[in-house]
Design a protein around this ligand. Structure first.
Ligand code: CTP
Ligand code: CA
Length: 223
């Protein structure tokens, strides 16, 4: 009831969020993925909706309920995530890339299940680099002209601050959010590092939903 009377900081805004891992097929029954739970991205979609935004969530394979009032598009691979995200970004005011997109996919997915040959030989696999969804959207005319505000995430195992600062510039985004480890994948809480051109601010450990609400307020303030 209290929330109902609060001012809606994202009223009338279109917010696009990517979340979860991607799944890169090896053959019809196997693939490569990662341990992203999607929880942070889903919490951000929920918080953006609570703030009055029209929210579209492009989700990799996760078993999480869709936040109320959010439009969800399910995808598997990085290529599918790109194809779902790029047209939606044409309509968005804010793009928040939380997905743990697989950096590489098997160069050739087999259309038949790969069988053991009985002699102990193992399959040899080569990889192709996946498209960078955030860099693609952040390089678009809407983003470079300031009509679309892009936010990136970074999960690093070491040197978070230096990597986050470098990544913000490399991706060409005004705001980069670092996950302060350890082991944020799958956890219900986290701590964040917000890196923009001027400042670095730590958001102390809290539930992912509380962090998401804080981040949405920070983004709304910057629009
Ligand atoms: N990202 C993306 N598409 C990719 C790879 C990453 O949209 N193919 C986005 C992520 O959603 C995140 C940001 O880019 O918002 C940073 O992802 P991260 O994996 O930390 O960075 P990379 O550029 O892939 O570099 P590396 O994994 O080598 O650190
Ligand atoms: Ca990566």
């Amino acid at each position: 009831i209290v929330a109902f009377f609060q001012p809606k900081s994202l009223a009338g805004k279109n917010i696009l969020v990517t979340a979860g891992p991607t799944f890169e097929a090896i053959d019809p029954v196997r693939g490569i993925t990662n341990l992203s739970s999607g929880k942070m991205g889903f919490a951000i979609a929920r918080a953006a909706r609570e703030a009055g935004g029209n929210v579209t969530l492009v989700a990799g394979p996760v078993s999480l309920p869709t936040p109320r009032g959010v439009t969800r598009i399910n995808v598997q691979s990085a290529q599918q995530m790109l194809e779902a995200t790029v047209p939606q970004a044409q309509l968005a005011d804010i793009f928040i890339a939380t997905a743990a997109v697989a950096d590489w996919r098997p160069a050739q997915a087999s259309d038949q299940k790969i069988k053991k040959d009985g002699s102990g030989n193992t399959p040899q696999m080569s990889f192709t680099e996946n498209p960078d969804i955030l860099a693609t959207v952040a390089g678009s005319e809407r983003a470079t002209s300031g009509a679309l505000f892009c936010v990136g995430f970074a999960a690093e195992s070491h040197d978070l601050l230096a990597h986050a600062q470098a990544k913000r510039i490399r991706k060409g985004v005004p705001l980069l959010v670092g996950n302060i480890g350890p082991a944020t994948f799958g956890a219900d809480d986290n701590a964040l590092l917000l890196v923009d051109a001027a400042t670095t601010v730590e958001v102390p450990r809290a539930s992912k939903l509380e962090l998401a609400r804080h981040l949405i307020a920070e983004i709304a303030r910057r629009l």
